[in-house]
Every structure is written in structure tokens, then in C-alpha cells.
Design a protein around this ligand. Sequence first.
Ligand code: PMP
Length: 360
Amino acid sequence: PFGRLFNFSAGPAVLPLEVLQEAQADLINYKGTGMSVMEMSHRGKEFMGIAAKAEEDLRKLLNIPSNYKVLFLQGGASTQFSMIPLNFAGPEDTTDNIVTGSWSKKTIDEAKKFSKANLVAKGDNKSIPAPSTWNLSPDAKYVHYCDNETIQGVEFKSVPDVGNKVLVSDMSSNFVSKPVDVSKYGLIYAGAQKNVGPAGVTIVIVREDLVGKARPDCPTMLDYKTHAENESMYNTPPCYAMYVCGLVFEHLLKKGGLEAVYANNVEKAKILYDAIEASNGFYNNPVDPACRSLMNVPFTIPSNPELEKAFIKEAEKLNMVQLKGHRSVGGMRASIYNAMPLDGVKTLAAFMKDFQAKNV
Ligand code: PMP
């Protein structure tokens, strides 16, 4: 409807139509206030209500324990790469870093600037190294890993066991795609622009006792304490993006919460991986089936990479867009976040079959 396409973008990505419609209905005059949410003071009653409701709904969705703070920050998930070591470690402290793809590689590179960053394990971009091979250091201030590598399509299927260490996770590309036991984490962060809203807001869920220990030279804006003490309103927050995230949280709760969302995501991903498996090698996804992402499905046509361009072009003619793989890995990538309809995935799987039949 409305000329919308099946949008397989890795992010910014597809949002639920119902959410866009609600935002549209409220765009010019938000609930009789005479102004748009974009035009309101962040300290006014209306916006404070919007922000409080967004947080409350996220707490419900993820069942966030009361000893955790929820922060709505700017700077993207990438700013967390430096905020985490600046807040949790001194220059001489060890931080543990698991690398399973491009994003966690960026994280350790940043952690090296502010701490003694230990490489716990390095994946081969298609699997997660066996925990028995991990080189965890006894005194690390935290262990960081990326729950879903957006570029490689490698996803953890359980919480990594790091004993009693503080566990920190980048969940940018699978945030609220499945139930998560928040109590196992010291900190979870996610850029919004995949599963929960427009770019511009980054959500941080942090255990209270870890806040307030930043190194003395940590810039004010990069100190979690600044934002925790001020309900994310130390300075102007990304108001409109927070409002849309709030609409998405409400929408997910209405859909039955994260168990229901997860069941949907399992079903959608299975259709694509089954299509790849059924192609007898015409299509290939290199990732170990034990850690294939439910959100990002990269695939290639190994026998004839030239065909990949034709695949992407023909898919576009059928209203399936943004299927080009990340420039660092090539091929195709179908990102199938929460808001990608089942129909989109079925249409893609049917097209894959047709395209193969025409091109073998
Ligand atoms: N981590 C992951 C897993 C990502 O997918 C991305 C964005 N694609 C980032 C971090 C960086 O996010 P941002 O662009 O919000 O800085």
C-alpha cells in the first residue's frame, strides 16, 4: 500500500506502517497541543510524558529490572565504543573484547585507545569461536561482544558465559527482536535505526551500580552519570526519534511482546535460509547454521558473481530494494528486521527460486 516497497535495508530500515501512520496523523498537531512533537520543548509536560511512556513501554517489553537505567543518547552506537571504556576502565585497566565481525572489530580498536584491550577470541566472520578457546583475563573491567554482526550475519544464540564479569553487548541490529535476560548484563546498547525507530537516538540500558565511575577526564557528555542523573535531559535529547521509538515499543507490546516478535522472526529467517539451502549451492550463505542471524541474511551466487548485479536489479523491478550486500563482503544481504512483513520474505524466496531457474 501507498507505493511502499519491500525494503531490505540494513539500516535505517523499514518501520511498521501502523507506526508511520500514527506519526503522520499526529505530525502537524500532536493530540491537540497545536504543535508537532518536533516543535515542543523537551522540558514541557507533553514531551516529558512521551519520554516517560517510551521508557515505561521499553521496560515492559524487555522486562528491565528496576536497578537498571534506560538512557536515550545521541552519537549513534559508534559513540558507545568509546563511552564504554571511558566509563568502566582506566588507561591501565584491562578490557576483554570478543570479535566476531566488523562491528566488534571497531569496538576493540576504540577500546585500545582508552584501556588495555585484550582480544578474547577472534571469529572467522562466519562462526563464533568455541567458548573453550576464549582467553578471558582474570581482571578485566568488562567483557564486550556484539550480539548480532550486521554485516556478516553472525548472531549469538545464547548469552555468553563470562562468569561474574560485567557483560556489555552491542545489540544495535537485533534489539527487541527476541526476549533478553537483561539481568545477565552490565550494559546493553543499540542504535535505534534498525528495529526501533529513526536514526539519531541510541538506547543504553545500564546497571545502576556501574554508573558514576568514569575516569576523571571523561567528557561530561560521554559520562553515563550525566545522562542517568538527568533522565536523558541534561541537554536536548533526540526528541522526535524518541517519540517514534515510543510508538514502536507500544506497537510491539500490542503485537504480543517479544515472544511473539521472536516467533515471527524465526519463521521469516527460516524461509530465507531454507531457500538458500534448497538451491543446491546456487546461493550460498557462509555462516555456521548454529549462529545464523535472524536479522541479516547475507548471500552470494558463488558460481557466477556477475549474476549478483542482475539479481539485485531484477529484484528492484519487483519492488524489493536495498538488497546489495555491504561493500566489504559483496553479494546480497536481506535485512529482515521486526517490521519486514512475512510477505516480503516470501516474495524474496519465490524470486530467488525463479531467478535460479532462469540462470542455471
Ligand atoms: N553496531 C552494529 C552492530 C551496527 O550494525 C551498527 C550500524 N550499522 C553500529 C554499531 C554503528 O551504529 P551507528 O551508525 O548508530 O553509530
